[in-house]
Design a protein around this ligand. Sequence first.
Ligand code: SF4
Ligand code: SF4
Length: 323
Amino acid sequence: MIKEMLNELKNCTLCEWKCGINRSEGEKGVCMLGKPKVASTTLHPAPPQSYTVFMAGCNFRCLNCQNWSIAHFPEQDIRLRGHLDPKELAKESVTKIRSRRGKAIGADRIFFSGGSPTPNLPYIEKVVEEARKLDEDVKVNYDTNGFLTEESLKRVSRFTDSITFDVKAFDPRTHRELTGAPVEPVLRNAKTIVKRWPEKLWEFRYLSIPGVNEKDVEPFAEFLADIDESLPLNFLAFRPNFVMEDHPGARRSEMISAVKKAESAGLENVSWSGHPGIDRKKDKTELSQKIKELGCTNVPRRCGSCKKRLKCPVKKYRPLSRS
Ligand code: SF4
Ligand code: SF4
């Protein structure tokens, strides 16, 4: 299997960038990942309760990334657990879910997060296959930024029980400024999941960044309500991070307002979570200006076709603090 996995990485088209590069020979795409790698693992009490596996690498380059060290520098961070044998990770996951603490928090699934799981998809498939040999009832959650090919999404649908689907922004320009990637494939995949595998959707998640993507709340909620008014949407309160470490963060009143706006747009199942009220210096710089100041001249960003993507100045940013 390791051989099969490396073969697939010889022409990597797992995500919508479809880089077509040979990751097993050290070539790097936007995700900057060679062999699949595990960053860290933990039992996690937030619903759906799970043994969470944070995979390294990401196909987005979000200015607001809260896991920037594992997402942007998967080959350099020495604290990562690394390329674990899929059988070992499967055994560890099942053991942790069955442990006293696993039972106490109600864990019933392996939750693949990141970074982004998608650059690690063939590895995840193998871990799930091995885990189900040990416990055929063990569930799986796939946490995605939505930027995977239609073929990869089909593969995910075959093994996952639940999908947590993060949408970073609805407006195409804002999405590119924040993530470096176009929003269209994300919205296409959101629709596909709802139409083809509605029972697998745990919830949509929308990171609420006041002053940046709050104007998208109503149109995004309308987009979802047009598909199905009962779709679950959870707003996550932004914690200042990475390039946006001086952003004031989200306030409780802003989270409540986002919920009300989404409800007025027709959605019936809206909530919010996270930690609002982390106030810092108020940085009012426009995103496009901030990106230019960091040295990215490709605004709005499109990292997949950028000549500087392997020496990206945005990725070199080192925050002074982390929340
Ligand atoms: S960015 Fe996507 S297509 Fe490119 S190498 Fe990474 S996973 Fe493969
Ligand atoms: S320099 Fe290129 S790779 Fe880096 S953020 Fe800008 S568009 Fe993306």
